[in-house]
Ligand binder design. Structure first.
Ligand code: KIV
Length: 259
């Protein structure tokens, strides 16, 4: 199968579940691509899982550009999606387009931005500039202060209605896919049924067109993982054991050995 494009992602709705995962650098981009994922998200989760910050509010456009460049250098078959960080699109549509252009120049084949109805004009402006957009609703971590923490969204009827409205408006504004984070599974299902673009969920249940996870949660390198993440391997222990063995070999003289 050749390069994953917007057209291919759209066609997957209803026929094949979409697999998205984050990666932030050249080697991990190569690994996740070799594993056959469809989309690589250079997520602003970078701020937490790679740079050690407390929240994603600390991710800057320069960080996202640099890491998008590193991922793009892997020339993956998967589509590279660059995340628009906090502060890079809120002030105006012009700012949003400039930020999206910076990510596209870095190698992003699409950008993702958090927010619903309140940001449809930003989505429309970026799409009009020729850059494909993935929306992101539900728990939007860049707004955790206003949301009162990292809690499930769409539990009340009013919240659920607002999420469905945002999803419909984002599709109308030109988004070609929608990330739905940590909502009740029923809300994710009704949005998935209503839209003709694919939904890609994280912590919102199984009734979506695809799933996304943060790589460091999947491989056990995150300090702390959300309750909905699944850890498939323990890379922390693997690295720890390898480095301990190396240190011990140096101290005992087993490495580099006699030549
Ligand atoms: O930044 C990120 O990793 C994300 C995913 C959680 C969807 O936005």
């Amino acid at each position: 199968m050749g390069k994953v494009t917007v057209r291919k992602i759209l066609k997957m709705k209803g026929s094949r579940r979409i697999v998205m995962i984050t990666a932030y650098d050249y080697p991990t981009a190569r690994i996740v691509d070799e594993a056959g994922v469809d989309m690589i998200l250079v997520g602003d989760s970078l701020a937490m899982v790679v740079l050690g910050h407390e929240s994603t509010l600390q991710a800057r456009l320069e960080d996202m550009v640099r890491h998008t460049e590193a991922v793009a250098r892997a020339r993956p078959r998967a589509m590279v999606v660059g995340d628009m960080p906090f502060g890079s699109y809120e002030p105006s549509s012009t700012r949003a387009v400039e930020s999206a252009i910076a990510l596209a120049r870095a190698g992003a084949e699409a950008v993702k931005l958090e927010g619903g109805s309140e940001y449809v004009d930003r989505v429309r402006a970026i799409v009009n500039a020729g850059i494909p957009v993935v929306g992101h609703i539900g728990l939007t971590p860049q707004r955790y202060l206003a949301l009162g923490g990292y809690r499930m969204q769409g539990r009340s009827e009013a919240e659920a209605r607002e999420l469905v409205r945002s999803a419909v408006e984002l599709e109308a504004a030109g988004a070609f896919a929608l990330v739905i984070e940590y909502t009740s599974p029923d809300v994710a299902r009704s949005i998935t049924d209503k839209l003709s673009i694919p939904t890609i969920c994280i912590g919102s249940g199984p009734h979506c067109d695809g799933q996304v996870l943060v790589l460091h949660d999947v491989i056990g390198l995150a300090r702390e993982s959300p309750p909905f993440a699944k850890r498939y391997r323990d890379a922390w222990s693997l690295i720890l054991e390898a480095v301990k063995e190396y240190a011990s070999d140096v101290r005992s003289g087993r490495f580099p050995g006699q030549s």
